[in-house]
Each structure stands twice: as C-alpha cells, then as structure tokens.
Design a protein around this ligand. Structure first.
Ligand code: GDP
Length: 526
C-alpha cells in the first residue's frame, strides 16, 4: 500500500467501544448500527451471545463451539465512507479485567444510558477508564419510547456524578406514549417520531429556533413548547459546544433516542462520525510516539481469550494495530522476547469477508491464534526500530478469594499454573503477610471461574477457592508500613511485585484506618 493509500485507509477508521450498565441497551443499539452498516448478520448474532445464563457453564460451551463470542468481540462494518470497528465490552457476570483493557484499544467510547435509570455503577466504572485515557465519549440516552426521568435531571447527573460537561445535541419532545420527536439543535431541525411521511421525518427550524406556523398542532403542543423552553434555558445557561473539549474527553455530546424502535440512532451515528477521531499516535516507553500512518507495522496485545476446550489448547490474542499495515503471513518481532513470529493464523473481524479487500491498518483489530507465546501488553512490530508501547494499566480488583491446591501432593503444577495465569493477566495474585496464603483478586467473578477451569484443564491442578467477597484494595508506601496496622477489618497482603497493600472490609474500615493514621497515604490503582 502506498503512503497516501495508507493515510486514506487510516483516516477512514473509527474504532470505539460501547460502555453501559447491563440492560441499558448496548446489544440493541449495536445491532441497529450493524444494520445501518448494511451488515446482514444472522438474526440475533449479537444477542445469541448474551442469551441464557451465559456466565458459567454455557459460556464455556459457547467458547468450545468457538466463534460466537470471538467474532462478536469485534464487529467491523462500513458506513458513510468510514470503516467502523466496534469492540465489545462484556457486561453481566462476564465483566472482567479484559473489559477494562479493551478500552485501551479504542479511540472513542459511546456511553449508553437507560433514561429511566440514569447513571448506573458499571457505566461509571467504565466511564472512569475512558476519562483517564482522555478519549472522546459520546452519550446516548436510550429508551425514550418509555417514560424515563426528566431530561434536565439526566444532564445534570452526567455533570455532577461523572464530572464531565454535557452538551445536549437534541432534546426529547415528550417521552413514552407521548413521544413526539426530538428538538435537534445541532442539525437545526425537528425529527418527528411518527412522521406522516416515513421518508421525511424532519422539519427545519427557522432563524428564531421555532417551526413554521403551518405546523400548528405541534407548535402549540405542550411537549414541544417544553422542549423549546428547556433548550433556550440550556442555550443561555449551559456549556458552549466545543469540538476541542469533545476531542479531549472534557465534554460529552448527548443524544436522546430509542434503540429498540430505531429512533434517533442514525442522527446519533451521523454526528458521532463527524466528531469521533480517527486512530491517533500511540505512546512508547521511550517517550516517543508511533504515528498510525508509519509504514512499519506495529501493535499491542490487549486481550487474550482462552479457548475453553481442553483438546484445543490454543488461545486468541487480540492485537490493536497501531501503525502500518497487516499482511497475512508477515513476520513480526515480539518485543518482550526479541523473537520473530510469523503471523500466519489470524482472524480478521470483517463483518462481510467477501467485500473486505482492504487490509488491516491502524485502528483495526486482528486476532492471532496463539499457543501460549503472547502475553497481555506485548508489543509486536516490523522494521529495525524496536517498539515498546506503554504498559497497560493495572486495575484495582474488587473481588477476592483464598486459593489452595486440593491435592497437597500437586504443589508444583499448582504453582506453575498460578504463575502462568497471573502473568497472562487472567487474575491478580496476592499473598498474606502473616500466613503466606495465596489470595486471588479480580474485577469480575467470571475471572475466578475461568481460572479454576483452566487450572484443572491446562495444568491438571484442582483448586479450592474460598470466597472473601468484596474488598477495597489500597496500596501503602512500604516505608510507612507498620505491622500493627493490620486489624480484624483489614488484611495486609503483598502483590506480585512485593508491594504491600491492605484489603479493607468496606469503606468504613478504610475511613477508620485513615482517621487513625492520617499521615499514611493509601492509593488505589485504576
Ligand atoms: P444490554 O444488556 O445493554 O446489551 O441491553 P439490551 O440491548 O439487551 O437491552 C436490554 C433490554 O432493554 C431488552 O429487553 C431490550 O429489548 C430493551 N431495550 C433496549 N433498548 C430499548 C429501547 O430503546 N426502548 C425500550 N423500551 N426497550 C429497550
């Protein structure tokens, strides 16, 4: 590919994740977006993944069959001259550190909120990771076809709870049974919910922001005048629209709509594409940056998906392409080991393979079939210049279990398995200061289940896990540490770098500790 062709291809890429709390409508909106992309998928491909009690045995069974969860981990389609990659961030019980790491591989995020519920815990957690990265965040207030909360409340909540400026791009005219449409201040038009003419749902706004007298019914409608009043209020007292602030993640444009009845979704997608960034440079550990249009190929592994079938020990390493162009069968250098690796067995996540003549370039995701060579965070590249991308952040685990080998005679395979799975990033490992006991930490329950399953199947080590429940993990400066600080409401442990931390029962225990030792600094990871 020539340089201009590569630049053009990179410029077309839009890579994002949808962040939301379970049931806010992520799956529904994803399917809607795929339809706009003209991607004819088997009905319910995305839905199939989350059906049933997906978290436990079914998950493994689905994994065994291969495919579903792998292919819907990344969905690619073309729309309006852009090539869009949607990366899935699993919710429910399959929420895990991988979910967080996926956010390291995207250039922007779409936050879907149930307008009857507002901001829910998982949305908030995922939002904070996006905020830390400074990537643009676009908000879709979903389920407008149902009665929800007052739009003004929802906007205020975004600002207060998430600490981000919120700029409503449009405003609902009614909701639930009374839904009439959207007052679209960004496009200067009204978008009718049930227009007389399906092909023409729009009414242009005049210079004064009102509609023509010809639309008397709507013009005198209480919901319409309410929407106008609110928009006027926000025009005067709200934040100014700022493309720069959107780009830096300091302002989120907010769109209202309903994914289920496909209302306002296209309006959202069109504006999203106008402001969402193409792939940007990625930082390296030597303080350098790799431009996405750099002709040498580079990328990093952000997620490893283990195959649960013991007969197929291979896994898939997901690579975010950061520069250059991927070619099947190309040789790359793996930075961590210095080894050359041939990328022969690769999955590309093209929604419609027949049309996919273009190759994967910066912004795209490739899946490498791996037999254990790759680790999360690995950088790979071509060319002479060694490239090491910045380390992926570690996330504070919230769930803990005590773990032991069932069979004391099998300590060797137990330790080997734990070490490898911890290195891979499947779970976090801690050790009690006093008893030396092993404790595992995770952000989602599924991580433990996968750990247990893999220990048994890959390392022939049956493990016993004793749940410890939710804990608040806080690291402490080793110089400030005094063994007397341990109490019945906290547990002193060390991580794999031998750094000490406390596991607090709850926030009261943490506060009690802080009151008692005001000089001691406690830190959380991300
Ligand atoms: P996810 O867990 O975030 O992927 O949520 P889903 O997309 O599966 O949606 C959860 C439930 O909400 C399903 O029953 C959907 O049919 C429903 N739902 C999604 N979007 C809307 C919407 O815009 N309006 C209404 N009324 N229901 C919706």
């Amino acid at each position: 590919m020539s340089n201009t062709k590569l630049t053009d291809a990179v410029e077309k890429r839009r890579t994002f994740a949808i962040i939301s709390h379970p049931d806010a409508g992520k799956t529904t909106i994803t399917e809607q977006l795929l339809l706009f992309g003209g991607v004819v998928r088997e009905a319910g491909t995305v839905k199939a993944k989350k059906s049933g009690n997906f978290a436990k045995s079914d998950w493994m069974e689905i994994e065994q069959k291969r495919g579903i969860s792998v292919t819907s981990s990344v969905m690619q389609f073309d729309y309006a001259g852009k090539r869009i990659n949607i990366l899935d961030t699993p919710g429910h019980e399959d929420f895990s550190e991988d979910t967080y790491r996926t956010l390291m591989a995207v250039d922007s995020a779409v936050m879907v909120i149930d307008s009857a519920k507002g901001i829910e815990p998982q949305t908030k957690k995922l939002f904070q990771i996006c905020k830390m990265r400074g990537i643009p965040i676009f908000t879709f207030m979903n389920k407008l076809d149902r009665d929800g909360r007052d739009p003004m409340d929802l906007i205020t909540e975004l600002q207060e709870v998430l600490g981000i400026e919120a700029y409503p791009m449009n405003w609902p005219i009614g909701m639930g049974k009374e839904l009439k449409g959207l007052y679209d201040r960004f496009n200067n038009r009204i978008e009718l919910f049930r227009p007389a003419d399906e092909n023409d749902p729009f009414i242009s706004l005049q210079d004064d922001g009102d509609i023509d007298d010809g639309y008397a019914d709507l013009k005198t409608d209480q919901w319409y005048t309410d929407a106008r009043d609110n928009m006027e209020l926000i025009n005067e007292a709200g934040d100014q629209f700022s493309a720069e602030k959107i780009a830096s993640g300091d302002q989120t444009p907010v769109f209202f709509g309903s994914a289920l009845v496909n209302f306002g979704v296209k309006t959202f997608l069109d504006a999203y594409l106008q402001f969402a960034p193409a792939p940007s440079p990625h930082k390296t550990t030597d303080d350098g940056e790799i431009e996405p249009t750099d002709p040498e190929f580079s990328g990093f592994v952000f997620k490893i998906q283990a195959n649960m079938n013991p007969n197929h020990r291979d896994r898939i390493a997901f690579v975010r392409v950061c520069s250059g162009e991927f070619d099947r069968g190309m040789d790359v250098t793996q930075e961590r080991t210095g080894k050359k690796v041939r990328l022969g067995n690769v999955t590309e996540f093209l929604a419609n393979t027949r049309e996919s003549v273009e190759k994967a370039v910066a912004g795209d995701i490739i899946g490498l079939y791996d037999t254990g060579n790759f680790q999360i965070g690995d950088s790979i590249y071509t060319g002479k210049r060694a490239i090491k991308f910045e380390k992926l952040p570690q996330f504070t685990p919230e769930l803990f279990v005590r773990v032991t080998a069932k069979n004391v005679m099998k300590q060797k395979s137990f330790h080997k398995g734990i070490n490898q799975l911890v290195q891979e990033g499947a779970v976090q490992l801690y050790q009690s200061y006093t008893t030396g006991q092993y404790i595992l930490g995770a952000v989602g329950q599924l991580q433990f289940e996968v750990f247990q399953f893999r220990m048994q199947n890959e390392y022939n080590s049956e493990v016993e896990m004793e749940p410890m429940g939710h804990k608040i993990a806080r690291w402490i400066n080793p110089e400030q540490l005094d063994p007397h600080m341990a109490s019945s409401r906290n547990l002193l442990v060390k991580d794999i770098n031998d750094d000490p931390l406390f596991l607090f029962e709850n926030q009261y225990a943490e506060r009690w500790f802080q009151d008692k030792y005001p000089k001691v600094e406690l830190t959380a990871k991300l």
